[in-house]
Every structure is written in C-alpha cells, then in structure tokens.
Design a protein around this ligand. Structure first.
Ligand SMILES: [Zn+2]
Length: 253
C-alpha cells in the first residue's frame, strides 16, 4: 500500500479553446490529461474530501482536485463531458453578476480572449451532476484595491446569489487574479470552507484552508510535466517556475 502524501495537486484551468493564450488549453489536450489520470488510477477529490485530508495532514496517493476559474461556456461544452466520462468531480468558480455574459469585466486584461460564460441553467445542470459551484466574487475586481465594505460585499453577496440560483451553498472561494489581502482572506475564512489562491505549488497541510496553493496547468502543458504529477521532481520544477515568475512579473493574474 502506498504511503499517504503531505501534499496534493489542485489543478487550475480557465478556458478550453484553441487560442493558445496562457489562460487557455485546447480541448484535445485537456481530454488527454484527464484520460491519463483516469488510466493511472487517479481520483478527483470533492471539497469535503480535500478538507478532511487537509485536517488529517495527508492525502491518499493519486488523489487530486480540479478547479476551473470564471465558469466559461467552453467548460460546459468541452470539460464537462470528459469529467463525466472519467468520473471526476471539480469546482467551478463563477462571477455571480457575470453569469450568462462575456468575460469582459472592467478590470479584464486586453490580451485575454473573450468567451461567453455559463448561464444559470447550465450551472444548475453541472451542479446536478456533482460539480461544485464555487464563488469568484460578484464582478471580478482587484479585491485588495477595494474598501473593506466593498470587498466584504463582493465576497459574501456572491455566496448568496449562488445559493438563490443553484439551491446549494457555495463553500469554496477563488480570489480573482489570485489577489489576496489579510482582510479579504479573513472574510473568506469566515464565510467559506476553503479559499483558493494562485500561489504556484502543491497544496500542503501547512496551507491555511482559506489560501490553498494551486498548480496552474499552464505549467503542465508539456506531457512530461503533467505525467510527473505523482513524482517529487515536479515540486522542484514548480519551485523554479515560481521564482522565475516572481522575478519577472512580481505576481501573475
Ligand atoms: Zn478569474
């Protein structure tokens, strides 16, 4: 029997499209990645399972979590069927006031490809099939630039809108642009069971539950890196990428 691991990969995806942008993955590559994990006996964790293992300080081998930021319609078209086939659950983080619209909110970066976002009917369909709907604020702002009152509203009201529309409480929150402040994190800790950052790396028992690290799959596009998910050297690679990223950009969106 394999030993339990003190770390777990939480994968981050955004859009599934052919643009080649840093927030896109081609549907064919996504399918290949999921089929690889399925064929090798990996199991996707629900939020409850992720939290329970975090509380224990160790995860079962070959477990991982899947997260999708922004709630694109191309998730519904391309990822949802693959996840059903592979029997993988996931968390999809939606922007409550932008559901059914396009990802052209005020702070959106010019180079990000524009795509439609899932509507409430589509979100109810995936929720009924076991995909968790998580919160990603009302309007995708830079939380750290908001007043405490506005940040609270963005974080908390989003949860209520999702509960009204889906009939299920959102229990997970992802920080837009990965931008966290101490105040924002405190609000998330008070209202959600888990918060997800864009800190690049495996999630560990040392992570606060309000700030789980994730692995942006942009860094795993090469098949050898994706296949290395279960090996220790991927951690060194991600560590090197993290340093390079900090040196170059300060931080990433
Ligand atoms: Zn986002």
């Amino acid at each position: 029997m394999n030993a339990h691991s003190p770390r777990v990969p939480i994968l981050t995806y955004h859009a599934l499209d052919e643009s080649g942008s840093v927030v896109s993955i081609s549907p064919a590559l996504f399918r290949a990645q999921m089929e690889f994990l399925r064929a090798n006996g990996w199991r996707a964790l629900s939020l409850d399972e992720l939290r329970a293992s975090h509380a224990r300080g160790a995860w079962e081998p070959r477990t991982f979590a899947l997260t999708f930021d922004d709630g694109f319609t191309n998730f519904f078209e391309h990822a949802f069927p693959v996840l059903r086939e592979c029997e993988f659950t996931a968390i999809v983080f939606v922007i409550a006031d932008w559901v059914g619209k396009t990802n052209d909110w005020q702070s959106q970066l010019a180079w990000v490809p524009r795509h439609p976002l899932m509507n409430w009917r589509e979100l109810r369909t995936i929720a009924d099939a076991g995909i968790a709907i998580g919160a990603h604020t009302l309007s995708h702002p830079h939380l750290a630039r908001l007043s405490a009152m506005d940040a609270t509203r963005e974080i908390v009201a989003c949860k209520h809108v999702i509960a009204d529309q889906i009939g299920q409480d959102a229990q997970a929150f992802a920080y837009p642009y990965g931008e966290m402040s101490r105040d924002a994190e405190a609000i998330v800790a008070q209202h959600y069971r888990a918060g997800f950052s864009t800190q690049l790396g495996f999630a560990t028992a040392q992570n606060r539950a309000s700030a789980f690290a994730r692995i942006d799959t942009y860094y795993l596009r090469q098949p050898q890196f994706f296949r290395a998910l279960a090996s220790g050297w991927l951690e060194w690679y991600l560590c090197a990428r993290r340093w390079a990223r900090q040196l170059r950009w300060g931080k990433s969106g």
